[in-house]
Each structure stands twice: as structure tokens, then as C-alpha cells.
Design a protein around this ligand. Structure first.
Ligand SMILES: Cc1ncc(COP(=O)(O)O)c(C=O)c1O
Length: 473
């Protein structure tokens, strides 16, 4: 238990956190920390004990030096913004410090997780699906691959993968790198996760997928897994799910959809058409810490076959924890790769309960409108060029003023990105599409307004023009 001095300390820090929330819009988005400055200002080594004043100093400095991801000028990642319920959920989760393995150890967390998984399953279109919360989209994609492996080579989780026939997985060349990591973690091998070329707009090319599977069969391999993407990391586009489903069905391959980024579009009647065919998949990754605005991490992996997770995760030696009295299937640890597990359901449950389905739908629709507005502004500009049609919240464009030599457009685009940080305290990432550098604007903050987007575009154009003038001198 905290001592009375520690309790006072907690109160003081809480007051500070509330003050932070009040002024978080003024806090710099990117405090431009340099590693040498941080290391020279702070002695981070741990040896003897410290007094509370010293600890408070480090708390202040930590907050000051952190990136302000709640600002509407933070466009850098696939998450942004502040969630009141998410924050409270995190605080209560830390305070109560329950663990998700058994109902006994996390009663409400277990029931909330079960409710959320049921709701998400229904939105995907699984009649009787089941799943678990995991520490992120990468981990969810790995679990999907492990389930696929078990389906393709029954009992390989016991005996290992020693067949001479290699298992082969297929993902698009624009899918997330976590599929490659899943490949080695699942014992498939990175080289056996084949990257299917995309069409000009970043969708998996189905004709090429079929040809690659065909070739693999001819070579005596065993194609077992296709990982499609709902919302690719750079362009935010959605693969053709129905077509992929029929290929997988015909060949008996596992069909996974990585909806880490775009899965939340299922909450919008207007935009859920992007996910048409999601119900045909075998498994689905969904990160609520991205488009649903929940603090990191908050991800679920959901499977159509409700028995498989338990089968894949069942090992001997667990009786010290699971005492065989789980008639109602409430000990969720039996379905998880983890033993101790944070309660990630509370923060999402609170936020969803607070907003309701309609509230979430409005917010997500608004995010799409923000991206469409940005697209419009780019199309109106004489010096900006959209690199890919906008399908969701990713707006990829580059700077290409006619007065500057085309060979310098890549360099100029990255220079504009860097100068946005310095001149406009705005953080946005850059990426590359077919060797063309672009600014990747992500409109995922629920607080964003049209004025924010206009301000962003104005800053981009002004900085781009300034740099273009310098370069064309
Ligand atoms: C499409 C996609 N899948 C998976 C991931 C990995 O998610 P996480 O960072 O939660 O592991 C990302 C991350 O951005 C992503 O964009």
C-alpha cells in the first residue's frame, strides 16, 4: 500500500495530469529531442534510491519530452487523439492490476472481453466466432498463421514442422511486415511468405495471386495461407476480399484478413462496403487502438471456428492455474498464447458504451470526410500531386512544382515534411510508393476539423513554395 507521503505524491501528480489535459493543445507536438541532449540533461542510470522530488522531476521531463499524439497536428501514425474513456480505462487497469487468464482473476474484464469479441465477430459477419485480445496487430497476424498452420498440418504444434513439403503463405507486397515476422515465428520461414504484386492502386493482384499459387503447387509445395489486408499501411486500401475468398475456398487455404487499420470501417454503414466479403474469411485482426481511438494497445484476433484458439493453445502443465472447473468457458487464458495478460477490454468497452454504435459511426464517417477534404485540396493545388486515390484515411501525395527538376521531387517532398516539424510543429510521416516519396497524411484524430486540414494544407503549400523557390534559384 502507498504510504501517506506517497498518497500525497499521487494526488500531486494526478493534479499535474489534469493540468496537462487542460493544456495539451498548447503542448508542442514534437519537442525535437536529440538523444545527446537528453542523455546530457538526465542521468537515467539506476543505482541507489531516489526521493519523491527527484521522481517528480523525471515525470515532468518525461511528459515534456514526449510527442503530443493527442494534438490535431499529429498525423504521423495510424493513431492520434485523446480518448477520455480510454485514458480512464488504462488508469483503472493499472490501478486494479488484474490478469486475464481466469475469470476468478478478472471477473468483469472477462465478461467485457467476451461481449466485445461477440460484437466484433458479428460485425465481421461470423455467426459463431470467437477470439481474444492480443498485444497488437502483429501478434494477431501471427496467431492467425499459427491457426492456419495447425489446420494445414494437424498436430504440427505437437510434433513440429518436419515435412519435406514446405508450407507457403501469400500476402500482398503492400501488406504489413508483421506477416513476414509471423512467417519465421510460425516456423514457415520468411522466404515461404510470398509477396504478391499489387495493381496500380495498391490492391493485391488476383490474377498474379492465382498464378503464384498455381506455380507453388506445380513445384510440389503446399499453399496454406492467404493474408489479405483491410487498410494497407501506406495507402489505406482494401484488397478484393470476395475474390480472394473464392480462391482460398477452392484450394482449401486459410483466409486471413488483416483489418488492423481498416477493420473499424465495419462500424460505418457508409464505409463498411470496403470490407464486403469479410464474413468469408477464417480469421480477422482488428486494432481498436488505431481507428477507434483507444490508447495503445487494444487489438483482437477473431476466428470463425470458435474451437481452434483453444486447440492451438492447449498445452500440459497448466493445472496450477486452470483447475478444470471452467464449465462456462470463462477462463480466457486457455485460448491465449500469453499467460499473464493485461485487461485491454475495459478501455474499449467504456469507450464503446459511452459513444454507442451511432457515436462511433459518426466519428468514423467524419474521419473519412477529413481525408476526402484533404484529397480535394490536393487536387486543387498546382504543386501537390496525389499518388494514390484515397480509399480510407491515408492521403499520399507529393510535392512536384513545375519549376523544380523532376529528379528533385523526392528530396523536396521529404524536405517539406521535415520543415513542417520546425515551422509548423506538425508531425506527418513520409513513405514511398513505387520509388516516389510521398507525404502520408493520416486523418485519424476524432477532434480533427476541416479548419485543421485547411491549415495543414496551407502550411504544406507555403513551405513547398518556399523550398521550390530556393531549389529553382
Ligand atoms: C495493416 C497493418 N497490420 C498490422 C500492423 C501492426 O500493428 P501493431 O502495431 O498493432 O502490431 C500495422 C501497423 O501499423 C498495420 O498497418
Amino acid at each position: 500500500m502507498p504510504t501517506s507521503r506517497e498518497l500525497e505524491f499521487i494526488q500531486r501528480i494526478h493534479a499535474k495530469l489534469l493540468a496537462y489535459l487542460n493544456r495539451s493543445n498548447d503542448k508542442m507536438v514534437h519537442p525535437m529531442n536529440r538523444v545527446e541532449d537528453l542523455l546530457s540533461r538526465f542521468d537515467l542510470s539506476i543505482e541507489g534510491s531516489s526521493d519523491l522530488e527527484e521522481i517528480e522531476f523525471f515525470i515532468d521531463e518525461y511528459i515534456d519530452s514526449s510527442v503530443n499524439t493527442s494534438s490535431p497536428r499529429f498525423y504521423n501514425q495510424l493513431f492520434s487523439g485523446f480518448s477520455t474513456m480510454g485514458y480512464l480505462g488504462e488508469a483503472i487497469t493499472g490501478l486494479t492490476n488484474n490478469s486475464m487468464y481466469t475469470f476468478e482473476m478478472s471477473p468483469m474484464g472477462t465478461l467485457m472481453e467476451r461481449t466485445l469479441i461477440e460484437k466484433m465477430s458479428q460485425l465481421i459477419g461470423y455467426k459463431d466466432g470467437f477470439g481474444t485480445f492480443v498485444p497488437g496487430g502483429s501478434n494477431a497476424n501471427l496467431i492467425a498463421m499459427l491457426c492456419a498452420r495447425e489446420r494445414a498440418c494437424p498436430n504440427s504444434r505437437n510434433s513440429g514442422l518436419f515435412s519435406n513439403i514446405p508450407l507457403i503463405g501469400f500476402v500482398s507486397e503492400e501488406s504489413h511486415y508483421s506477416f513476414l515476422k509471423a512467417g519465421y515465428q510460425a516456423g514457415i520461414g520468411i522466404d515461404n511468405i510470398r509477396q504478391v504484386p499489387c495493381d496500380g492502386n495498391g490492391h493485391m493482384d488476383i490474377v498474379k495471386l492465382e498464378a503464384m499459387i498455381e506455380l507453388s503447387i506445380q513445384n510440389g509445395e503446399k499453399p496454406f495461407f492467404v493474408g489479405a489486408t483491410a487498410g494497407t499501411t501506406v495507402r489505406g486500401v482494401f484488397d478484393p476480399f470476395e475474390k480472394i475468398a473464392s480462391i482460398c475456398k477452392e484450394l482449401g487455404m486459410w483466409y486471413h484478413i488483416d483489418g488492423s487499420w481498416g477493420g473499424s470501417a465495419l462500424l460505418s454503414k457508409k464505409h463498411r462496403t470496403l470490407l464486403r466479403g469479410s464474413e468469408l474469411s477464417d480469421s480477422f485482426t482488428w486494432c481498436a487502438h488505431k481507428m477507434m481511438g483507444i490508447p495503445l494497445m487494444c487489438t483482437s484476433i477473431i476466428l470463425k471456428d470458435k474451437t481452434l484458439l483453444k486447440q492451438v493453445n492447449s498445452v500440459p502443465g497448466t493445472d496450477y492455474l486452470f483447475h478444470g472447473d471452467d464449465g462456462e468457458e470463462l477462463d480466457l487464458g486457455l485460448h491465449s498464447l500469453q499467460c499473464g495478460r493485461r485487461v485491454d477490454s475495459l478501455k474499449l468497452w467504456l469507450a464503446w458504451k459511452y459513444f454507442g454504435d451511432d457515436g462511433y459511426e459518426d466519428r468514423i464517417d467524419n474521419l473519412f470526410s477529413m481525408a476526402q477534404h484533404a484529397e480535394l485540396r490536393i487536387n486543387q493545388s498546382k504543386i501537390l500531386e496525389l499518388l494514390s486515390p484515397v480509399e480510407s484515411l491515408n492521403v499520399c501525395f507529393r510535392i512536384q512544382p513545375p519549376t523544380v527538376d523532376e529528379k528533385k521531387w523526392n528530396e523536396l517532398t521529404i524536405m517539406v515534411r521535415d520543415r513542417l516539424i520546425m515551422n509548423a510543429d506538425t508531425l506527418v510521416n513520409h513513405a514511398s510508393i513505387n520509388d516516389k516519396s510521398c507525404i502520408r497524411l493520416i486523418t485519424v484524430n476524432f477532434d480533427l476539423t476541416l479548419d485543421d486540414i485547411d491549415e495543414f494544407m496551407k502550411n504544406v503549400e507555403e513551405i513547398a513554395q518556399e523550398l521550390a523557390n530556393e531549389l529553382s534559384k
